[in-house]
Design a protein around this ligand. Structure first.
Ligand code: UDP
Length: 493
């Protein structure tokens, strides 16, 4: 086989959202460390956010470059500067964001048509199904990148295939997903898109994603085989070629270490929060963060605050950018909340250094919305979780965390927040306190969960080391894609 990674040039086309861009940039470093030259398609503001990647690549003599395309915010009816899903003024703008993302097709084609030599492979985001047409027009082998687990992929596939959810009479009646290694139950309300205001548009989008996956040469999944072996095999049996190459955040940690850095470059706020962690006992702090997209109303935030205060554990609580409302700030001030909890807790407004916090020895638990990146980051750090799913495939991830991996405690929500109920708190402070105390319990179930989480962390670390499953899968992927290109149509014009 004429396998020469250094002759390969991979084009990465991510969806412009934090939870897609972060693993894509990690993937770029992983591929480049394996000798591949990598170009990532970005838009101006997103490129600016990830500029340190270029410096890191230069320091390690890795071939990573950006190709920057203007994001058609205005053309799609979005506010100027809205280039990332986490900058939408409200969730109602989501469909416009997808329209703008689809408009990247033409400029990408134009750029490709001007190249002397075409990329040898395209890795495109599952959320950009139009990349199928672009890749086939230029005869570039294409694989899809999935930022979710094989467990979620297989559950969704089995539900879609069997239509078992169509036999229940209400949104809250449970049904068992057929033909899975474990007895996994959901309600209709917990399925991705259940709360979508335009279910027809949602269905259409899912069909397009599926078609994009079907026509790809294979799929890269940000997971590792040891975490969910039976589900990886199960999804392969559906007829997919899969390379499990994660956890990408752990590969990234190794990458930064090789570059002579610890990944702990922090702003003042960040170092304050790491100092707070260092001033606490090992495994004592609960970290609370709901990802880059969740919007949590002020009533709910107050319940979280009071629940954390009532629990017997120190906390770091992230109030996301879009949740920092005047109402919550006024309440925190009137209550003198931060002063009252000066020794007990830290509030971060905006963006927290999540991976650093999770890998700090004082962190002992993670209250999370169960986004897949957050889940994998917790797994990689050996941290048990309190699961509070809110939307997308997060209810599916909760089942994996609590029922299959047994490293989590449920906060107890049964369905996503109704988008019309913007003022109500779904989870009361008593539930927050109870879940935190339960998760952090010394001995008993708490100890068992912690031990399991540590065992899984070991497996994750082995997977990304030389000779580990994910490291080997990445090499295999590069070889196999090289063989597609050598044996199939030449991608050079
Ligand atoms: N994240 C972070 N700091 C924050 C919020 C989020 O570093 O304050 C990162 C987090 O580490 C993860 C990503 O943003 O890599 C969130 O992805 P996830 O899939 O968990 O959730 P989503 O944002 O898609 O809801």
């Amino acid at each position: 086989m004429a396998f020469q990674a250094h002759h390969q040039h991979f084009l990465l086309v991510p969806f412009m959202s934090q939870s897609h861009l972060i693993p894509f940039t990690h993937l770029a470093k992983l591929l480049a460390s394996n000798g591949v030259s990598v170009t990532i398609v970005l838009t101006p503001l997103n490129a600016a956010k990830f500029n340190t990647l270029i410096d890191q690549a230069k320091a390690l003599k890795l071939k990573i470059q950006f190709h920057v395309l203007p994001f058609p915010s205005a053309e799609a009816g979005l506010p100027e500067g809205c280039e990332n899903l986490d900058t939408l003024p409200s969730p109602q703008y989501k469909h416009l964001f997808f329209s703008a993302s689809n408009m990247l097709k033409e400029p990408l084609e134009k750029w490709l048509s001007e190249l002397e030599t075409l990329p040898t492979c395209m890795v495109s985001d599952i959320c950009l199904p139009w990349t199928t047409t672009v890749a086939s027009k230029f005869k570039i082998p294409r694989v899809v990148f999935h930022g979710i687990s094989c467990f979620a992929l297989l559950c969704s596939h089995k539900i879609g295939h069997s239509k078992v959810h169509e036999n229940v009479t209400s949104m809250s009646e449970p049904f068992v997903v057929p033909d899975l290694p474990d007895a996994i139950e959901f309600t209709k309300a917990q399925l991705p898109g259940a709360m979508s205001q335009d279910s027809k548009a949602w269905k259409h989008a899912v069909e397009q994603f599926k078609a994009g996956e079907h026509s790809a040469a294979g799929i890269l999944v940000n997971t590792f085989e040891e975490l969910e072996k039976m589900y990886v095999r199960g999804y392969e049996k559906v007829g997919r070629k899969i390379w499990c190459i994660g956890p990408l955040s752990l590969h990234d940690k190794l990458f930064l270490e090789r570059a002579g850095r610890d990944g702990n470059e922090t702003s003042l706020d960040e170092s304050e929060c790491l100092n707070f962690l260092s001033s606490n006992k090992p495994c004592s702090v609960i970290y609370v963060c709901f990802g880059s997209l969740c919007r949590i109303n002020a009533s709910q935030l107050k319940e979280i605050a009071l629940g954390l205060e009532a629990s017997s554990h120190p906390f770091i609580w992230v109030i996301g950018k879009s949740d920092c409302s005047q109402e919550i700030e006024k309440w925190l001030e009137e209550e003198n909340f931060q002063e009252r909890n000066r020794r007990k807790g830290v509030i971060i407004r905006g963006w927290a250094p999540q991976v650093e916090i999770l890998s700090h020895p004082s962190t002992g638990g993670f209250l999370s919305h169960c986004g897949w990146n957050s889940t994998l980051e917790a797994v990689s750090a050996g941290i048990p979780m309190i699961t509070w799913p809110m939307s997308a495939e997060q209810f599916i991830n909760e089942k994996l965390i609590v029922q299959v991996l047994k490293i989590g405690v449920r906060i107890g929500v049964e369905a996503p927040v109704d988008p019309m109920e913007t003022q109500k708190a779904l989870v009361k402070k008593e539930c927050v306190k109870k879940a935190v105390d339960q998760l952090m319990e010394q001995g008993g179930d708490g100890e068992q969960r912690r031990n399991r989480a540590r065992e899984i962390k070991e497996m994750a670390q082995k997977a990304v080391e030389d000779g580990g499953s994910s490291a080997s899968n990445c090499e295999l992927f590069i070889q196999e894609i090289g063989a597609v290109e050598d044996g199939g149509s030449s991608a050079s014009k």
